[in-house]
Write a protein that binds this ligand. Structure first.
Ligand SMILES: [Zn+2]
Length: 269
């Protein structure tokens, strides 16, 4: 069994502040340990479920050279391999080569979610709303659509209560979720301890992988229209002249494609 662990940092237990997820900040060092140990928990669970090849991909933009490079290599379980990508959504080779399931660890809720700890979509400063064929999505939706394009189901989402809810609404009740904290606001939460959470994530990964067809691979629909609303008109400008982009308002644009991936990749890279 080949398993892709796709991860973000904001949804890790113990993390509630930007300083814990931003390269160069003192608190980031602590955040990286918490993050890496949750990944290890998922890797252990996947191994228990019979995974023979586990590839971890960090999707957290921590800034500068830390972008998609927040995991602590020295701490990582030697039974996984991990990818550091230069651009987010750039690495698809493992999905393309035939992967059985994806596990999403450390996820956060979409922009505008009242109880979403560190909630945002792609860029908290620039992006307001993102829709795939009319459905409001966050980063769980983006990563799930990438996996779905190559027929890979997402079986596990871990993070705060808000992103677990968001995941089930998008992917269905077959999705296993592990709630590691309850958001009290964007920068506050009632949390389980990291040590307890690692047990729960290991158990969640093992359980989730017991049924590879519990969740259908996510496909936003064909053809596919991606709509982005930015926070302010100036944020739209850097994308306005791209191929296949239609500006639909002062802060909004759409990109269309035969399928989700062709729309996303024509725009995002
Ligand atoms: Zn992140």
């Amino acid at each position: 069994m080949r398993v892709h662990v796709i991860s973000d940092m904001e949804g890790v237990a113990g993390i509630v502040k930007w300083q814990q997820v931003s390269g160069g900040e003192k608190l980031y060092d602590e955040g990286r340990v918490l993050y890496t140990e949750e990944i290890n928990a998922a890797v252990r669970g996947a191994k228990d479920a019979g995974a023979t090849e586990i590839v971890v991909m960090d999707c957290h933009g921590a800034g500068g050279a830390y972008d998609f490079n927040s995991l602590l290599p020295e701490l990582l379980d030697p039974d996984c391999e991990y990818v550091v990508q230069q651009e987010w959504t750039e690495y698809t080779a493992f999905l393309e080569s035939g992967c059985d399931a994806a596990l999403f660890v450390g996820m956060h809720a979409m922009a505008g979610t009242a109880d979403g700890v560190l909630s945002h979509t792609v860029s908290g400063q620039a992006w307001q709303n993102l829709r795939f064929n009319g459905t409001l999505v966050g980063e769980t939706g983006i990563n799930a659509a990438i996996c779905g394009h190559w027929g890979v189901p997402v079986l596990l989402v871990t993070g705060d209560r808000a992103v677990c809810r968001e995941g089930r609404e998008l992917l269905g009740d077959g999705l296993t979720t592990v709630e590691v904290k309850e958001g009290l606001g964007r920068f506050s939460a009632r949390m389980k301890t990291p040590r307890r959470v690692r047990e729960l994530i290991g158990e969640g990964a093992r359980k989730a992988l017991a049924n590879l067809s519990a969740v259908a691979p996510y496909d936003p629909g064909r053809p596919c229209e991606i709509e982005i609303e930015f926070t302010t008109p100036d944020r739209l400008r850097e994308y306005a002249n791209r191929k296949d982009v239609e500006v639909t308002g002062a802060t909004s644009l759409v990109i269309r494609g035969d399928d989700w991936w062709s729309a996303w990749s024509s725009f995002f890279f």
